[in-house]
Structures are given as C-alpha cells and as structure tokens.
Write a protein that binds this ligand. Structure first.
Ligand code: HEC
Ligand code: HEC
Length: 360
C-alpha cells in the first residue's frame, strides 16, 4: 500500500493538481517494489542503459540515473518511454499493449527503481509553452547541437530529439530545463551561461516544431461526443451497492458492471492529454477544470455517472461534486483511481487522436 501511495503522490500533479509539470515525491518507493524494478531493469534495460542507469553500455543509450534527467522527468514521462519506446530508435516499446514483455505494473516497478536512483529533489519546471522563433532556433540548432544530436535531430552520438513519443511526453519546460542545465557527467553541456534566454527559447520552439503524429499507436481514438456518453444504453442497471462514505464505488464493481454490459457513464476527470494516453474504454474526458460547462450535456434520467482520475479522489471528487451540485441523482467516484485500475490489468484503452503530435 505504501508503494501505491507513492505512485499516486508522484502522479498527483500530472492528473490532479494545478497544471504545473513537476514530479512530487511524497515518500520513498517501497523497498520490495524497487527491488522488483531493479531485477526487471537488469533483465531488460541494463544491456543498453548499463548497470545502475549509468548509460552508454550500448546504442548510445542515455543515462537514466542522471541527476538532471531524473529531476525533470515525471513518472509519466518515464513510464511512457518504457511502454511505447522511441519508435524508430533502439529504444523499443516494452509495453504488452505494443507487443513487448512488460505489464503496466512491471513498468511502474522499473519507474520506482529509477526514482530510487534520484539524488536531487525534483525540479519545478517552468510552465507555459515556448514563445521563441523556431526558424531562428533551427539555425542555432545547426550551430550548437547537430554535431551530437544529428542534422535533423534524429540522433547521432546523442539521443534523438525529434521522436514523436518524446515530444508528446516532454513539455516545453522539460526541453528548456535540459538545454539550460545540461546533463552532468555526460557530453550534454549546460547552455544557460553560453546562450541568451531568448536563444534557449528559440531552440525550445524549434524542437517543439518537430513534433509529429505518433504512428506507433495501436489504435487512434478521438474522444466520444456527449451523445455517445452512455455506455451500453440498452443495458441493465449496474445495481451498485451502497457507496463507501456516500461517495466511492470499488473499481472491481465497475469492472464487473462493464463486463455485464450494464448501463452507465464514465467521466475521466484528468486533463484530456491524460485521457489520450490511456482511459477506461468508453470514458469521456471531462477534465476537472472544464466540468462546469460539460455537465449540461449529460443524461439526467438517473443513469449512474462515475468519475475517476489518478489521484485517485481529488479531480474525480471535484467533478462529482459539480454533478451533485447540479442535481444529478446517481454519481460516484471510482475509489482506487485509474492507476490501480491499470495495475490490476482491468480493461484500458491506449490511444491517440490523429491530431496528437501536431505542434500546439
Ligand atoms: C537496445 C538498447 C536499449 C534497451 C535494451 C533499452 N533501451 Fe532505453 N533507450 C535506448 C536508446 C538508444 C534510447 C534513446 C532513443 C532516442 O534516440 O531517442 C533510449 C531511451 C530511453 C528512455 C528515454 C530517455 C530520455 O531522456 O528521453 C528511457 C526512459 C529508457 N530508454 C528506459 C529504458 C528502460 C527502462 C529499459 C528496459 C525496460 C530500456 N530503456 C531498454 C536504448 C535501449
Ligand atoms: C557534445 C554533444 C552534445 C551537444 C553539443 C548537445 N547535446 Fe544535447 N545531449 C547530449 C547527450 C549525450 C544527451 C543525453 C545525456 C544523458 O545521457 O542523459 C543530451 C540530451 C539532450 C536533451 C534531453 C533529451 C531527452 O530525451 O531527455 C535535450 C533536450 C538536448 N540534449 C538538447 C540539446 C540542444 C538544444 C543542444 C544545442 C543547443 C544540445 N543538446 C547540444 C549531447 C549533446
């Protein structure tokens, strides 16, 4: 349970907090989980990323134990890198969904192991999109970066910077941070002293402009529209038991109800970007910051409306409170949240809309 609390803590700001991309570590990962992650790391990753994440054992695989890397990389970033890999590079997709060997629970243990190698507190990444000039950034890139990262940022002695999965998961704050602070103990210099802030902004905008569609996604999916909100519209009532504290329904009940074809509505309370990455099949993205204007379109006929997030209660609780204030009669929060749902191997959709990867 401690382990779970830690994962939730680390994901907190990704799923539920104000939209500041940082990683929060509330407690150290559970020793057993780290040990399991370490074993899996040695089995699947050491080959390239070297013992203890020191990097460069093969394929110029970067340092995973690098202090500045771990300061900036969120758990979600790491997990996506492991799950989907970096298509077109030696970094394969290790997730079962993509034909790899690892379950999501196993991926989480590797993330916990990597997190245990972190020696400095997580960075507070600057929020906000880069406002530089990408054309100027392209020139600067040829001058300062292409020698290691390749002419088109496709990777050379240093890793690629144009990879769609990378650019999908790395925020502008992450890119900026890497350019400013570099990666100590590797060839990646810190440019904060050498380049003006404006140039760093131009470079960040240039890298962002390289974003492309993620074509490795097993299935692309656009969010359903509100008239598709009801899952199994002709199905039976789910017959949920009394809610815990009048608010929470156990994930297992929901999974069983869905399997029985019961009629209900599922709302994913996280930012839509998180919905695009993974959601419970049939769930509608109704981010906590948008829920007010979305509830108007939901059925008021007593259909159960369930919310969930990663936290597992903050964002989902807030959306449910909105629904209750507006008089929806039957609402509940999925108690354990989506990460526990995923960890248990319950049905989940991983997907991308066709638009993802396009420049913002
Ligand atoms: C066959 C070699 C190889 C193996 C095995 C491998 N990787 Fe990688 N990995 C790479 C390379 C190369 C890159 C950089 C790809 C690029 O150019 O974008 C990378 C990138 C990554 C990144 C992204 C780093 C960043 O800064 O963007 C993470 C995280 C990662 N690997 C974790 C793992 C984990 C965990 C495993 C084991 C489950 C693993 N890798 C196995 C070669 C490998
Ligand atoms: C001398 C070689 C070298 C030069 C020059 C260089 N880099 Fe790097 N860069 C690297 C290496 C090596 C890494 C990975 C280090 C590691 O193992 O963590 C890296 C990492 C990065 C990362 C993090 C990527 C990730 O997946 O996390 C970014 C962003 C980046 N470089 C941008 C730039 C930009 C922009 C420039 C030019 C202003 C530049 N680099 C110049 C070698 C270089």
């Amino acid at each position: 349970m401690r382990h779970y609390g830690w994962i939730v803590g680390a994901w907190l700001l990704l799923g539920c907090g104000p939209r500041v991309e940082t990683t929060v570590i509330e407690a150290m990962p559970d020793g057993d989980v780290v040990a399991e992650g370490h074993q899996l790391y040695d089995k699947y990753c050491k080959l390239c990323h070297a013992e203890g994440g020191k990097g460069y054992a093969a394929d110029d695989a970067n340092q995973l134990a690098n202090p500045e890397f771990l300061q900036a990389a969120s758990d979600g970033f790491l997990q996506m890198a492991i799950d989907q890999g970096r298509p077109g590079t030696p970094m394969a997709a290790y997730g079962k969904t993509f034909g790899g060997p690892l379950s999501h629970a196993e991926e989480h243990t590797i993330v916990a192991y990597l997190r245990s190698l972190q020696t400095k507190p997580s960075a507070r990444l600057e929020p906000g999109l880069a406002s530089g000039d990408a054309t100027r950034g392209a020139t600067l890139f040829q001058e300062h970066c292409s020698g290691c990262h390749g002419e088109t940022a496709q990777g050379s002695t240093a890793l690629s910077l144009n990879n769609p999965v990378f650019l999908l998961t790395a925020s502008d704050g992450y890119l900026r941070y890497a350019i400013e602070h570099g990666r100590s103990g590797t060839p990646m210099p810190a440019f904060a002293g050498d380049l003006e802030p404006k140039s760093i902004e131009d470079l960040t905008s240039f890298l962002r402009s390289l974003a492309r569609n993620v074509d490795s996604a097993p299935r692309g999916e656009m969010p359903p529209t509100f008239d598709q909100a009801v899952i199994h519209p002709n199905g039976p009532d789910p017959n949920f038991p009394a809610l815990r504290e009048g608010r929470f329904i156990a994930a297992e009940r929901v999974k069983d109800a869905l399997a029985r074809g019961a009629k209900l509505v599922l709302l994913d309370a996280r930012p839509t970007s998180e919905w695009l990455n993974s959601h419970i099949p049939g769930a509608l993205p109704v981010p906590y910051y948008d829920s007010n204007r979305m509830t108007a379109k939901l059925p008021r006929d007593g259909t159960w409306i369930l919310t969930y997030c990663g936290c597992p209660h903050a964002a989902s609780g807030s959306v449910m409170d909105t629904l209750r204030r507006e008089g929806f009669p039957r609402t509940a929060v999925i108690d354990e949240g989506i990460f526990e749902w995923i960890r248990r191997g319950y049905p989940i959709t991983y997907g991308r809309s066709a638009a993802v990867g396009a420049p913002p």
